[in-house]
Design a binder for this molecule. Structure first.
Ligand SMILES: [Zn+2]
Length: 288
């Protein structure tokens, strides 16, 4: 016969850094900056994330999109095929946790590098899309902004027989297709001006984030008590500069990311663990 073991107070957490992170977030006025790692649990691959997995082709650059009609045509063909999967993506537990933190009044703002709209789908408000959003298009000639869903309907009508299957969609909505298939795609143009080329309303690689958008984010940061980076390795300056600015301003920085980030030497709290586990627990501890 063995006596029951005495009850042992469980440790507060098995995740290093989570206690400190919860203390930071509970203080409120948190500016969230999210990246691709937040959306991987929603089936959108993090092509620059900790796994280091490489894409099979390089992402579209602004230079190619703007100067090369053939490259633009192929972008739209891939994007057309990948769109249903992008449109079907649903927010995950991490997005929901961010929305709960916001409803609890703990966030001073939500800035995302993601173009998938999943923060908003989870209920977050006033989300600043640093790199734009795939749910709309902009005309390169007249600047008209239109809904992507409507474009997809027009493309379906123009491409009744174009429907190859793909097993992977990249975060910019780009899908894999052989060139000979891409050439058979029919693109449509802007209806507002009657012929201008369309661009997804996102910031491409090699393209600059609009200055007023960046300045707005800096103002949010200046009024924040802390910066919380979620699911970004901070490899691109468009996100990393907010960590640098926070350090200049003496604003503490927390990071939740699976794997190392470029900002690790500059952050105050780092939690290296899956976001889908950490963020719901973080929200719970903060009473959200
Ligand atoms: Zn136009």
């Amino acid at each position: 016969m063995s006596a029951a073991l005495p009850a042992v107070e469980p440790p507060r957490t098995a995740v290093p850094g989570l206690d400190e992170l919860a203390d930071l977030v509970a203080d409120g006025d948190v500016l969230v900056l999210s990246g691709a790692g937040l959306s991987t649990d929603s089936g959108i691959p993090d092509y620059r994330g900790a796994t280091g997995s490489l894409r099979r082709h390089t992402p579209m650059t602004w230079q190619t999109f703007r100067r090369d009609p053939r490259g633009r045509h192929r972008y739209w063909a891939r994007s057309y095929v990948g769109w249903p999967q992008m449109a079907a993506a649903r927010p995950n537990a991490g997005h929901s946790a961010v929305a709960r933190l916001q409803r609890a009044g703990l966030l001073g703002g939500v800035v995302t590098q993601n173009v998938d709209g999943l923060h908003q789908a989870a209920g977050a408000r006033d989300v600043v899309e640093l790199h734009g959003g795939l749910d709309r298009t902009v005309c390169l000639d007249c600047g008209d902004v239109a809904g992507r869903a409507e474009l997809h309907r027009r493309l379906r009508a123009a491409n009744p027989a174009f429907g190859p299957r793909v097993d992977e969609v990249n975060p910019d909505g780009d899908a894999e297709l052989p060139d000979e298939v891409l050439d058979g795609f029919v693109m449509v143009d802007c209806t507002a001006c009657g012929g201008g080329p369309l661009k997804p309303d996102v910031v491409f690689f090699g393209e600059t984030v609009p200055r007023d958008r960046v300045d707005g984010c800096f103002r949010l940061l200046e009024h924040s008590g802390s910066l919380l980076v979620l699911g970004s390795s901070l490899t691109v300056m468009s996100g990393y500069r907010f960590v640098l600015r926070a350090a200049e301003l003496g604003i503490p920085v927390g990071v939740v990311n699976l794997g190392p980030t470029r900002g690790d030497a500059k952050v105050d709290v780092k939690v290296d663990a899956p976001l889908g586990e950490v963020l719901p627990e973080l929200a719970r501890r903060c009473g959200a």
